[in-house]
Design a protein around this ligand. Structure first.
Ligand code: F6P
Length: 325
């Protein structure tokens, strides 16, 4: 096994608070082990076009507390092609990069798996997505911050909902996953949670509204973006049609969920997996995502990390039903 001399680090896909803390951890750990680091800008897209340069300990100063990603991020169509990946590999060789750490989610690791089959370059992934929808880690970098952003917003909406005695349908992010909606729904005291992992959501919601207390001043319904009925506006339309007496409003939280200072939990998670990524490369590991499961560092092959099989804990939905009496 050739000794690693220069690790390329990049962020890819949707940004997530804590990505900067992860970049910092990778850079500082590599330097600690006397390995050079190359920062690749704009994810795979920047890799294809050679947007990369050396990083030192100062280039990651004062970023642990910042949201977004200093390396920028992108979703790359070019990297989905054989020619694009060849260009990316040639740029890595040209810049002396002989190992990679990619911070991202599903698309990032799908690209990493294919690249690893085509080219012999050790590649380690770190889970960076607010959606928490990766196998092989209890939490992804950005999820904790995002759910706290959601709670902050929903608490504010609750104030006005209570004053006006309204029913609010609130949409949160999660194109393929209801994990943001599920946890924040419990924390916000929601009446019901509608997520892509469950079927017949509208029927269940109507049932809930029928059986629930009619005298409540405010009602909150949490909806994940990828929910089967088509999102909060469609659900709002159907609720208004069936219950014209409810004063119903729809609120879509959108991209505020992806921004902001990372929480303490996200900074620590990012720092731990960032250190572990470099140590994994030094130990000869590749083709794996580093996560933390039951407080231990774990290694999950890329193909298992991206399966979209993160199970929904049915107890969470039951808790909502019991507590929203
Ligand atoms: O980062 C994942 C995610 O938050 C999804 O839940 C959401 O559908 C998507 O990003 C939206 O991202 P964009 O607006 O950047 O395409």
């Amino acid at each position: 096994m050739a000794q690693i001399k220069n690790i390329g680090v990049f962020t890819s896909g949707g940004d997530a608070p804590g990505m900067n803390a992860a970049i910092r951890a990778v850079v500082r750990t590599a330097l600690y082990h006397n390995i050079q680091v190359t920062g690749i800008r704009r994810g795979y897209e920047g890799m294809i076009h050679g947007e990369m340069g050396p990083m030192d300990r100062k280039s990651v100063s004062n970023i642990i507390q910042r949201g977004g990603t200093i390396l920028k991020t992108a979703r790359s169509d070019g990297f989905k092609t054989v020619g694009g990946r060849k260009m990316a590999y040639n740029q890595l060789v040209k810049n002396g990069v002989d190992a990679l750490v990619g911070i991202g989610g599903d698309g990032t690791f799908t690209g990493a798996r294919i690249f690893g089959q085509e080219y012999n370059i050790p590649f380690i992934g770190l889970p960076g997505t607010i959606d928490n929808d990766l196998q092989g880690t209890d939490f992804t970098i950005g999820y904790d911050t995002a759910i706290n952003t959601v709670i902050d917003a929903v608490d504010k909406i609750r104030d006005t909902a209570e004053s006006h005695e309204r029913l609010f349908i609130i949409e949160v992010m999660g194109r393929d996953s209801g994990l943001i909606a599920l946890r924040t729904g419990i924390a916000a005291g929601a009446e019901a949670i509608l997520i892509p992992e469950t079927k017949n959501n509208i029927t269940a919601l109507f049932d809930r509204l029928e059986r629930g207390r009619k005298d409540k001043a405010s009602k909150i319904v949490m909806v994940a973006e990828g929910e089967e009925a088509g999102g909060a506006f469609e659900i709002g339309r159907q609720v208004k049609e069936k219950y014209p007496n409810y004063d119903t409003r729809v609120s879509i939280l959108g991209h505020i969920q992806r921004g902001g200072r990372p929480s303490c939990m996200d900074r620590v998670l990012a720092s731990r997996v960032g250190v572990a990524a470099v140590e994994a490369l030094l130990a000869g590991r590749k083709g794996e995502m580093i996560g933390i499961t039951h407080n231990e560092i774990t290694y999950t092959p890329f193909e298992h990390a991206v399966k979209h099989h993160v199970d929904i804990n049915p107890n969470f939905l039951k808790i909502v039903e019991i507590l929203s009496l």
